[in-house]
Design a protein around this ligand. Structure first.
Ligand code: CUA
Length: 155
């Protein structure tokens, strides 16, 4: 079977483009570390309250200007709520959900993650400027979804 000349050209172009896009995406994800936040660490969503570190949700100082925020999400609250940290701190968020999929978006930053039951989500963010940062759930999670928010006060 002989292929038409133009068919060959277009087929080559199409396949080349797919390869180029895959290379660009792969480079950004692995070499530039621009992949979406994800962490394959699992947890039994029924036993979050008994499983470390989620048995003690809160803000822990772990170094000079470095904090760890262990947080649980459930309909329709973030625990702990109203976090306060000093300006210039790097914060490592460790998150999980106790019921359904929730979102964790910190307005004014690049922090935007999906928090799923059964999985532990980890995100690191530096808070350089003082201010109030609104934290919202951006995954529809039920009747109270629009009220699910808290704040991070950077002082
Ligand atoms: Cu939690 Cu929407």
């Amino acid at each position: 079977m002989k292929m038409h000349r133009y068919e060959e050209i277009w087929l080559t172009c199409g396949i080349s483009l797919i390869v180029v896009f895959m290379l660009i995406t792969g480079y950004q994800t692995f070499a530039m570390d621009m992949g979406p936040p994800s962490h394959i660490e699992t947890i039994d969503p029924q036993k979050v309250d008994q499983t470390a570190p989620f048995d003690k949700p809160g803000v822990n100082k772990i170094g000079e200007n470095e904090y760890e925020v262990v947080m649980t999400l459930e309909s329709f609250v973030f625990t702990p709520a109203d976090i306060e940290i000093p300006a210039g701190s790097t914060v490592h968020f460790i998150l999980t959900s106790k019921d359904v999929t929730h979102g964790f978006e910190v307005a004014g930053t690049n922090v935007n993650a999906m928090v799923m039951p059964g999985y532990i989500q980890k995100i690191t963010q530096k808070f350089g400027e003082a201010g109030e940062y609104l934290v919202v759930c951006n995954e529809y999670c039920g009747a109270g979804h629009q009220y699910m928010s808290t704040t991070i006060r950077v002082v």
